[in-house]
Design a protein around this ligand. Structure first.
Ligand SMILES: Nc1nc2c(ncn2[C@@H]2O[C@H](COP(=O)(O)OP(=O)(O)OP(=O)(O)O)[C@@H](O)[C@H]2O)c(=O)[nH]1
Ligand SMILES: [Zn+2]
Length: 349
């Protein structure tokens, strides 16, 4: 039985820089800690540094990783010179070009690999950099098990919180439906445009993008896609826009902005995520499937260029009867991003 309070407490603790026990490992988040907390956490200065596989590859630790499990987390030995400032440089790729690595770093066998992987997952959910000091045999301020994290992320717990009429610019006859789980902070929203007419609705899964949706960022195509999706759904008679709280393809706003800073250094959207230590796309479209299910729609026409969205819905039991492309003209700031989506993440444009 999972502890419903554990994930919320652990996320809070990570963001505050408090030690958290994840299964048999106790971790101190490098991003939110400081030298004093590190000294209190690890008075003997022996705690190793836990990093993601992507980050380890950037640090040239790739050849020391377990070839059989290339995505497994990596533990870096605590050399005497590996102080808090050096650990911060290990955690944050934005400094890679400015601070040459000291090294050499040595990878250690990762004890409790599943717990290490759960710690990295927890970092993503908390929106912090996935890099930690790690100890065994001590207890953190908060304790979490993998089950608690899975329960926190379980789309099956989503329920309709409320609904109301919401006339919008695209169509006056619209209704908004809000969804939430008891634990997770993000509230997903569905905008139902028009009235069901017995045909599968035209559906758009829109992942939150504060910069594109609200500020008019030219770096991506989110804002124009959002407007065009509403226009197309309204024009077609009826359909649903799901506004999913999956900012930055699931890594959160702060980490997405870090990815943007890496893009300013020349890395593309895929490599930026990897260098930060995240999956290229951390979204889970089961959330969308659950929302459609709760709205009584098990068969949809999907507005997207992204085959992963189609596959994600179908795997979760929603039939996609048609994929409807949603491509918008490029601008000088997002042309490379759109090319990368086509060439590296399989978008069909
Ligand atoms: N991590 C990261 N996220 C980004 C970047 N640019 C945009 N995003 C996020 O990507 C998501 C937008 O993706 P979508 O437009 O929903 O989906 P898509 O995968 O491009 O597929 P389509 O349905 O074809 O548009 C939003 O959550 C944005 O915040 C980036 O460079 N890095
Ligand atoms: Zn965007």
């Amino acid at each position: 039985m999972s502890d419903p309070k554990a994930a919320a407490r652990a996320i809070d603790a990570l963001r505050r820089g408090w030690p958290v026990s994840v299964g048999a490992l106790t971790v101190l988040t490098i991003e939110t800690a400081d030298p004093e907390r590190l000294a209190a956490f690890d008075p003997e200065a022996q705690a190793a540094v836990l990093l993601s596989a992507g980050r380890a590859a950037t640090l040239k630790l790739a050849n020391q990783r377990d070839a059989a499990v290339p995505d497994a987390p990596v533990l870096v030995e605590r050399a005497p010179w590996l102080d808090f400032a050096t650990a911060t440089a290990l955690a944050d790729p934005q400094r890679d070009l400015a601070t040459p690595f000291k090294g050499p770093f040595r990878a250690l066998p990762v004890p409790h690999r599943d717990d290490a992987a759960a710690a990295l997952l927890l970092a993503r959910v908390a929106g912090v950099l996935p890099a930690f000091f790690v100890r065994e045999g001590v207890t953190g301020d908060v304790t979490i098990a993998r089950d608690d994290l899975d329960a926190h992320e379980d789309a099956g717990r989503l329920a309709i919180a409320t609904r109301a009429r919401l006339p919008v610019a695209a169509l006056e006859d619209a209704e908004i439906v809000a969804f939430r789980t008891p634990e997770a902070a993000g509230e997903h929203v569905a905008l139902i445009l028009g009235r069901p007419d017995g045909t599968p609705p035209l559906v758009r899964l829109h992942s939150e993008c504060l910069t594109g949706d609200v500020l008019g960022s030219l770096k991506c195509d989110c804002g124009p896609q959002l407007n065009e999706a509403l226009r197309r759904i309204a024009g077609g008679g009826w359909g649903i826009l799901l506004y999913l709280r999956q900012e930055g393809r699931g890594i959160g706003l702060v980490n997405k902005l870090r990815a943007y800073a890496l893009q300013d250094q020349g890395f593309d959207t895929v490599d930026a995520n990897t260098r930060l230590g995240f999956a290229i796309d951390a979204r889970d479209f089961r959330v969308a499937a659950r929302m459609l299910d709760l709205l009584g729609q098990r068969s949809v026409r999907l507005l997207t260029n992204n085959p992963a969205k189609v596959a994600g819905l179908e795997a979760a039991g929603i039939a996609v009867t048609e994929r409807v492309p949603l491509a918008l003209p490029a601008n000088p700031h997002n042309a490379k991003y759109l090319e990368t989506k086509r060439d590296r993440t399989g978008h069909q444009l």
